[in-house]
Design a protein around this ligand. Structure first.
Ligand code: HEM
Length: 139
């Protein structure tokens, strides 16, 4: 649930684009055939029409017991969707889980929040100035 919520607020691959195969009407606008349509996954994942308190980190949104669990919603697409959905999504989530568990078993982690961190949006999204973090060995 924590990883899913992290992928909502900070989708590494933050935008998506598709080319239209026919002329299409979208939001009252006509988009010609062959045009490239790009959208921000980052904005979709924080859109108030689809998310309550969109900027709040709340892993319980993804509680499987929650009837409104957004895990399969079209407003939650950290790995894309449809026939071209990320082929490595399950591997990536498993890899993240193993890394987080391995680190947390050995260390207490604290992130320095002195400076609100800024994101850098290039092909992927990442902390612009890194993320100053302290690790304390668990005894
Ligand atoms: C956090 C890690 C990852 C993220 C956020 C991510 C995200 C994405 C996204 C958004 C797409 C585009 C889906 C679309 O066009 O609808 C994609 C496609 C793809 N991803 Fe990933 N991915 C991740 C890890 C991986 C891994 C580990 C692999 C391989 C082991 C992988 C292999 C692929 C491939 C081959 C495609 C192209 C699929 C196609 O066009 O049919 N990805 N990924």
């Amino acid at each position: 649930m924590v990883l899913q919520e992290a992928m909502r607020l900070h989708p590494p691959f933050w935008f998506e684009n598709r080319n239209t195969t026919t002329e299409v009407e979208l939001g009252g606008k006509t988009i010609p055939r062959g045009a490239m349509v790009a959208f921000s996954r980052y904005s979709l994942h924080r859109h108030p029409d689809f998310w309550e308190n969109p900027d709040c980190f709340d892993p319980s949104r993804f509680d499987p017991e929650n009837r409104n669990n957004p895990g399969t919603s079209c407003a939650y697409v950290p790995f894309g969707g449809g026939p071209r959905v990320c082929i490595g999504r399950h591997f990536a989530m498993m890899e993240m889980l193993v890394i987080v568990i391995t680190v947390l078993q050995r260390y207490q982690v604290s992130v320095h929040t002195r400076d609100r961190h800024k994101m850098s949006a290039k092909l992927t999204m990442a902390p612009k100035y890194g993320l100053l973090t302290s690790l304390k060995l668990r005894l």
